[in-house]
Design a binder for this molecule. Structure first.
Ligand code: GKR
Ligand code: MG
Length: 437
């Protein structure tokens, strides 16, 4: 039976895809340097009755193109037809493979992003239809607020955007601190202090992979000294270490880490290291899709899977992943990339519905200085974000901001994230290496 255009239920009448560019500071990581702008894509679905659902995903020309190509599949579907939508998208685009993910710290697969965008927007609509928050559609809230961790970065001076790498002399508090250079223990500790004071975070993660391990590990020890035993610490060099480097520095940090994230590349190397360290290992790089779960279990490659609804194909897929994690003795936590409030709201709904939440989740949110949701950025209280009130995601688009950030996208000329090119503007001979130290 063809249920497309059946006329029953809320049918999607229109899909709007808006790429935007948001100001992003010069943050360093294993793949290079963040550009002055990070790209996001905002998707709006509107039903025949005029109900609008929104979502936000990492911006990339090829994902935007895929979304456009999917329009004829999406328009005419009932918002409850998520299974059918997914199946038709798989037929249209073919399933993503692990290779499609790429070697960078972030995920470059198309279908997971496309489906995540459509699923979240449909759930936003469904929530509005039944007058319930998205967390209730995922099984109901287990908690009213979701804890996040301070996410520190080595960085050059500046705040990104039009100002390039210059500093705003009038900024105060975190707005000033976020512009400072941080390339050594002193800078990292100062960054951590300012971010924790502003947001109340009670766990800290440092993104590594930018400098030689002894410098980065010294920063972790400096953080431990500054904040003491009570502050859980994590470190993530994005798989750029050789196995023996992971072992040496993993042991050096064994007494101070809550968990060690992607110290080495690939499930086999992670499994080898996991046998040798007492510190739990987490990943958003070696077990990154359902297809990789069997090998993860067979090898024992990690303790914690860092899900990301943009990369795992949506919020319901992340709930399914949580069940698998429980079955196979894994913990589940959350990965992030530069993002705005629609993504954060979705992360919070998911975080609120997850049966177990043993770790504070990752977020890049403090690094962003622009917003597209009405009423400005979502607020943190003692490092936690309360589940947004109201049906669906509980956030509304600020259309003026959307138009402004779309114009910024057109003006900046970026079409996809490429941290290597950005790094080469400063260090022309620099090249990305999958394994460096
Ligand atoms: O924002 O530079 C960055 C991070 O390196 C990001 O791209 C990673 O995907 O945060 C991420 C991670 O935990 O690996
Ligand atoms: Mg990571």
């Amino acid at each position: 039976m063809n249920v497309q255009n059946s006329g029953h239920g809320p049918v999607i009448r229109e899909m709007r895809i808006t790429p935007i560019a948001i100001t992003d500071p010069p943050l360093l990581n294993a793949a290079g340097l963040h550009a002055p702008y990070a790209l996001r894509t905002i998707v709006e679905l509107e039903t025949a009755d005029g109900i609008v659902g929104v979502s936000e995903i990492p911006g990339n020309e090829s994902t935007d193109e895929a979304l456009r190509l999917a329009e004829h599949i999406v328009v005419g579907k009932d918002v409850y037809q998520l299974g059918r939508l997914q199946q038709e998208l798989e037929v249209r685009f073919g399933k993503d493979t692990s290779k499609d993910r790429g070697d960078a710290p972030w995920d470059q697969r198309r279908l997971v992003h496309v489906f995540s965008a459509l699923e979240v927007a449909c759930l936003d609509i469904i929530g509005k239809l039944v007058n319930r928050p998205v967390a209730d559609l995922l099984g109901g809230r287990m908690r009213d607020a979701v804890p996040f961790a301070a996410y520190l970065f080595f960085k050059y001076e500046g705040a990104g955007g039009k100002l390039g790498f210059s500093v705003d002399p009038n900024a105060i508090g975190w707005a000033a601190a976020r512009q400072q250079q941080a390339i050594d223990p002193e800078g990292i500790v100062a960054q951590a202090r300012a971010m924790c004071e502003a947001y109340g975070f009670q766990s800290i993660k440092l993104k590594g992979g930018a400098f030689a391990p002894d410098i980065e590990v010294a920063c972790m020890h400096a953080l431990h000294q500054e904040f003491g035993e009570a502050m859980p610490l994590r470190f993530d060099p994005n798989a750029i270490w050789k196995p023996e480097t992971g072992l040496k520095y993993g042991r050096e940090m064994e007494s101070i880490l809550e968990y060690l994230e992607d110290p080495v590349r690939g499930q086999e190397n992670m499994a080898w290291l996991r046998q040798k360290l007492r510190t739990p290992l987490a990943t958003n790089m070696c077990t990154t899709s359902f297809d990789e779960i069997p090998a993860s279990i067979a090898l024992g490659s990690e303790d914690i899977i860092l899900s990301d609804h943009h990369f795992w194909g949506g919020l319901r897929a992340s709930m399914e992943l949580a069940r698998l994690c429980t079955t196979f003795g894994r913990q589940l936590s959350m990965h992030s990339n530069s993002h705005l409030g629609i993504s954060l709201a979705a992360m919070v709904h998911l975080g609120a519905a997850l049966p177990h939440l043993p770790y504070a989740l990752d977020t890049h949110y403090p690094w962003q200085s622009e917003e597209i949701i009405a009423g400005g950025p979502l607020k943190f209280q003692d490092g936690e974000v309360p589940v947004p009130a109201g049906p669906g995601l509980g956030v509304d688009l600020d259309r003026d901001a959307l138009a402004r950030l779309h114009q910024q996208y057109l003006d900046c000329g970026l079409k996809m994230r490429n941290d290597e090119i950005e790094m080469q503007k400063i260090h022309p001979k620099w090249t990305f290496k999958k394994t460096r130290w």
